[in-house]
Design a protein around this ligand. Sequence first.
Ligand code: R5P
Length: 350
Amino acid sequence: MNDNINNKNFLFFALNASKKLGNEIAKKLNKKLEEFVVTKFADGEVLVKPNCSVRNKEIYVIESTSKPVNDNLIELLIAIDALKRSSAKKINVIMPYFGYARQDCKTKGREPITSKLVANLLTTAGVDRLVTIDIHSPQMVGFFDIPIDDLKSIDEISLWIFNYIKSKYNTSFPKICIVSPDNGGLIRARKIANKFQLLNASVAVIDKRRPSPNISEIEYILGDVKDKICFIVDDMIDTGGTIVNAATAIKEKGALEVSLIATHPVFSDPATARINKLIDENIIKNIVVSNSIELKDNKVKNLKIISLADFIASIIKTSVSEQSISNLYIERAKKFNSLLIEYVNKTKKG
Ligand code: R5P
């Protein structure tokens, strides 16, 4: 890929919710991180203004609409409006975490479809292209009539699993199982398991019911988890109910070891207490999340964080140099495969 992108006419901004990740990405791009000046009025209104001229420039702006969801969303919308009215050439918005993505359909009468509303707001504000990561329901891309790339963190997650296995098992292969804590995550679980075909990874899925928002109940488990090293993979951990119930259930079914992996650490109460209890009771071994959401005051014990900075920086490079994102995925898959083959060959030899 063309690494020499700094002669290109683009600027990279981070808004308040994604400053830390923005900084990491800027370093990888070898680019100055531009900022918005955010002024708060006494009544709570905000004024958001880029700190430099954006005239005729291609813009990348990063902001997760995580907690406080509404404040971060409105800050982003106003920033986009400011960029548009300052004659930016193209506005690319990167939302590592897209808040409101779970309200993507009517489950009962008189409910809104807020993800569609947010899609309309972003488009009306002036976004030209949107980049998201592991958006809750992939069909949501159809809510937009602008280009949207919903990136998958499957490679990052698989690499974490691989490094973990490699560090623990160097004389024999473990029996591994990728578990989806609900039907919605089954495709993701299967894709990850496919990456570990050489190790005969299996898949299990939990039939979860949601009697009301944030309450989850388990009906049954499909797949064999007994005596296996299990990795439960979800798009997000909000209150922790889903993933904690899943971990407890598969441990009861005889899983040898359980790790929890999720892209978005929403971590609303009582997630921290629930996860820490599982750690204290030795039900889970690892808890792994990405840095799509900045954790200001994390109290989850021994939390492992996968950085998305490299991945997002490569996506920006690819797009600035007008190259194909699909090719980037192919290159990453090839790299992963050769690591796995090398490990399998070494371990076979003993
Ligand atoms: C639901 O379908 C999502 O994929 C997550 O499983 C869910 O939003 C997590 O929420 P909680 O942690 O509150 O159970």
